[in-house]
Design a protein around this ligand. Structure first.
Ligand SMILES: [Cu+2]
Length: 502
């Protein structure tokens, strides 16, 4: 259903000529003159999403969506002044029934979170710490963590899905000496790819779906038919027949991408969200959920003069045009050992929490909300690990959807996923497993910060809570779920609570 009765008709992306626009490569952010200090401004901008489409109004950072790439070094802190220079009126339909977006709240608000960053709580971008146009905050990022592919995005209570859909996201890369020593492809041979889906109208404007219920536009999922890579529809990239490193981010609100290459060639995976894998791994195809990142090398040597398309099932996303020969000899390497990773033994866990993911439906079967632990955002904190302890969290998914669950502050490892008898659990709260525990997918073998909790399965992760004490959040990264209560605060405590909180 169209958001506006007077709007121009929907655009059918298949009607557009493919691969006529070069892939935009986000600029590296430049500091203010003071080293390690950045000023990043959120504002409205106009882009050409495709050669044959009229200009599109979006929101972005420093006049770009995705925003500029923040490049940080491990162990060197960075300060960023995040300035809200957005207009007073929102680009997309707000649902004032959603908690945190009530009618007494200003329409346009923002707060930026760096996804995957280990930061003190006061710089994490707590969803309720939003501010209005004309204001800014300065956040401090210690970067006391290994090289990794992070990203920044809006996290405002109740309108996060709309702010990100409008374009408020970008890459934040942490590098370190160990990664440098590996001699991976770099410079013009290292390219970030932010993938998302959108709906457009033929006048070039973006369209966000609405429920059709007057006054309650929220929808449980927003999918578009137009696939954007770095802000373009069907772009192409000229490459040399040699190795390239791609940092792939799923920046979509709700779409899972199933990526592969049209020539059947394999990706060489070198990392997950939180850094390098122990060893490279050839992978023919993989699923990447909203919020997840995957770090891969594609070697175009042997494909000179060919066209190779990055696709997600039937959707064509990006065409690589491989040149006849490389400009110079490819001296980059993919080491057999990237970064050793010790498995956290289950015996190290001081506590196991089993947390159900639940969907509430209206009498006519429509999804009303999804909840973590059956609790709303405003209810008291229930997850309160003690700093420097290890816990196992069991995500018991009773819903029909796979939910990408993200914990702020920490990195974790996946133990396994195991199917259970959901109707029995619904009636009696008892667990009866219906199959064996399944190991993580091969491409999930590294440090993660976002994990797909599959339908009717218990997904187990093991986490060491380290870094800082204080209040953080964890949530589903399907943004329509997150905005409508599928997010909970959690506390990292300095010492164990007096009485057991079981
Ligand atoms: Cu979800």
């Amino acid at each position: 259903m169209a958001g506006n009765a007077h709007a121009s008709p929907p655009l059918h992306p298949e009607s557009l000529r493919k691969f006529v626009d070069p892939l935009p490569i986000p600029a590296i952010a430049t500091h203010t003159g003071k080293p390690h200090h950045y000023r990043i401004e959120m504002s409205e901008l106009t882009v050409k999403a495709h050669r044959d489409l009229p200009p599109t109004r979006l929101w972005g950072f420093n006049s770009s969506s995705p925003g500029p790439v923040i490049e940080a070094r491990s162990g060197e802190s960075v300060a960023i002044e995040w300035m809200n220079r957005l207009p007073a009126k929102h680009l997309l339909p707000i649902d004032h029934n959603i908690h945190g977006a009530e009618g007494d709240k200003p329409e346009v608000r923002s707060i930026v979170h760096v996804h995957g960053a280990k930061v003190p709580p006061q710089s994490d971008g707590y969803p309720e710490d939003w501010y209005v146009p004309g204001k800014s905050v300065t956040y401090h990022y210690p970067n006391q963590q290994e090289s990794a592919t992070l990203w920044y995005h809006d996290h405002t209570m109740g309108i996060n899905r709309l702010n990100i859909y409008a374009g408020l996201f970008g890459f934040y890369l942490i590098r370190d000496a160990h990664e440098d020593s590996l001699n991976l492809p770099k410079g013009r041979y290292e390219i970030p790819l932010a993938i998302c889906d959108r709906s457009f109208r033929s006048d070039g404007s973006i369209d966000y779906p609405v429920s059709g219920m007057r006054g309650s536009p929220w929808v449980p999922e927003a999918f578009g038919e137009a696939m954007m890579v770095n802000g373009k529809l069907f772009p192409y990239l000229e490459v040399e027949p040699r190795k390239y490193r791609f940092r792939i981010l799923n920046a979509a609100n709700g779409r899972f991408f199933h990526l592969s290459l049209s020539n059947g060639q394999k990706f060489i995976q070198i990392g997950t969200e939180q850094g390098l894998l122990p060893a490279p791994d050839a992978v023919e195809d993989f699923v990447i959920a909203p919020g997840e990142r995957i770090d891969v090398v594609i070697d175009f040597a042997g494909y000179a003069n060919e066209r190779v398309v990055l696709k997600s099932d039937a959707f064509e996303l990006l065409q690589f045009r491989v040149a006849a020969k490389p400009v110079s000899i490819d001296t980059s390497a993919i080491a057999a050992v990237l970064r050793p990773m010790a498995r956290i033994p289950e015996s190290a866990a001081v506590k196991t929490r089993r947390i159900p993911l639940i969907e509430l439906k209206s009498p006519n079967g429509d999804s009303m909300t999804m909840l973590i632990g059956g609790l709303h955002w405003s209810m008291p904190v229930t997850e309160n690990p003690v700093i420097d302890t290890v816990e196992i969290w069991e995500l018991l998914n009773t819903t029909e959807d796979s939910h990408p669950i993200h914990l702020h502050l920490v990195r974790f490892q996946i133990l396994d996923r195991r199917p259970f008898d959901e109707p029995l659990f619904y009636r009696t709260r008892r667990i009866r497993f219906t199959g064996p525990a399944l190991p993580p997918d091969p491409y999930e073998a590294g440090w993660k910060d976002t994990i797909r909790a599959h339908s009717k399965m218990i997904t187990r992760i093991i986490v060491r809570f380290e870094g800082y004490i204080g209040r953080y959040v964890w949530h589903c990264h399907i943004l329509e779920h997150e905005d409508n209560e599928m997010m909970r605060p959690y506390d990292v405590l300095g010492t164990a609570p007096e009485s057991a909180n079981a």
